[in-house]
Design a protein around this ligand. Sequence first.
Ligand SMILES: Nc1ncnc2c1ncn2[C@@H]1O[C@H](COP(=O)(O)OP(=O)(O)O)[C@@H](O)[C@H]1O
Ligand SMILES: [Mg+2]
Length: 263
Amino acid sequence: MKLIASGATADVFLNNENRIIKLFKNQYSEKIVQKEANSQKIIYETGLPVPKIFGIKKIDGRYGIIMENIKGMSIGEKILKTNNYTDKLNIEEDVIKNWDTIMHYLSLTIDIQIKINAIKVQDYPLMKDRLVNRINLVRYITEKQKIILLKKLESIEFNNYLCHGDLHPFNIIETDEGIKVIDWADSTIGNREADVCRSYIIYEKNMPKISDKYLELYCKKASIDKENVLMYKPIIIAARLAENIPEKEKSELINDLQGYIKR
Ligand SMILES: Nc1ncnc2c1ncn2[C@@H]1O[C@H](COP(=O)(O)OP(=O)(O)O)[C@@H](O)[C@H]1O
Ligand SMILES: [Mg+2]
C-alpha cells in the first residue's frame, strides 16, 4: 500500500488493486466508519460523480473504507498552477494571472455544488444535529456565546438538500470522464446556504483573493440571496473551530467570531 495523504481523521492509501483505502485513526469505531461508508453509498446511488464504495476493511486494528481510485488533478491544484503555484493565492489581485482560467474553474466547482445542493435525500445525517454537536465541542468560545449560537440554530428551519459540508477546489478532481467530488465525511442534509457559507469561509481563509468571486457567482447562478448565506457565518465559524485546523486560521476565526457575538 502506498500512502497518498494524511489528514486529521484518516490516512489515505492506494492499494495493489488500484483502490483507495481511507484508513481512519484508531479512535474511529467500526460503527462510525460503516456509517460513513453507507452515506457515501447513498450519494453514489444518486448518480452524482463520486467514488464508488466497495466496503470496509480492518487493517492493523483500524477501519478503512475501500473505494474507487479517482485519477486526475484537483481543481485546487489547477488553480494554483494557473497562478504559477503561488501558495494559497494570498497575493494582490492585480498579480493574479489568468482570471479567465480561474473563473472557469470556479464556475465548475459552483456548477457541481449547485447540482449537489439540488438533490433531496431521506435518512441521512442532519445538518442541524451535526452543527449542534460541533458547537458543543468547541473550546474557544464562552458558554454564553454557545447558548446564543445554539438558540440561533434552533430558530432556523432546515430543509433536506444534500450538502457536501467541505466543498472546496481541493475536493474536486478533474478526470478524463469529467469532474468527480471526494471527501464526503462532513456531508449532511440541510440548507444549501449553510453549505455555501462553509465553502465561502474556506475560500476566505485559504484563497482570499477569489472568495468574493465564489460567493457572488454561486448566488447569481443559483438565484439566492447573499445575505441568506452570510447569516450562517457565526454558526459555521464556530462549528469549524471544533476541527483540527492550523493555528493562524484558528485565531483569525476566533477573532471573526467576536465581531458577531460578544463574549
Ligand atoms: N477516491 C479517491 N481517489 C483518489 N484520491 C483520493 C480519493 N480519496 C482521497 N484521495 C486523496 O487523498 C486526499 C485526502 O482525502 P480526503 O478524502 O480529501 O480527506 P481529507 O481532506 O479530509 O484529509 C485527497 O486530497 C486526495 O488526494
Ligand atoms: Mg479533502
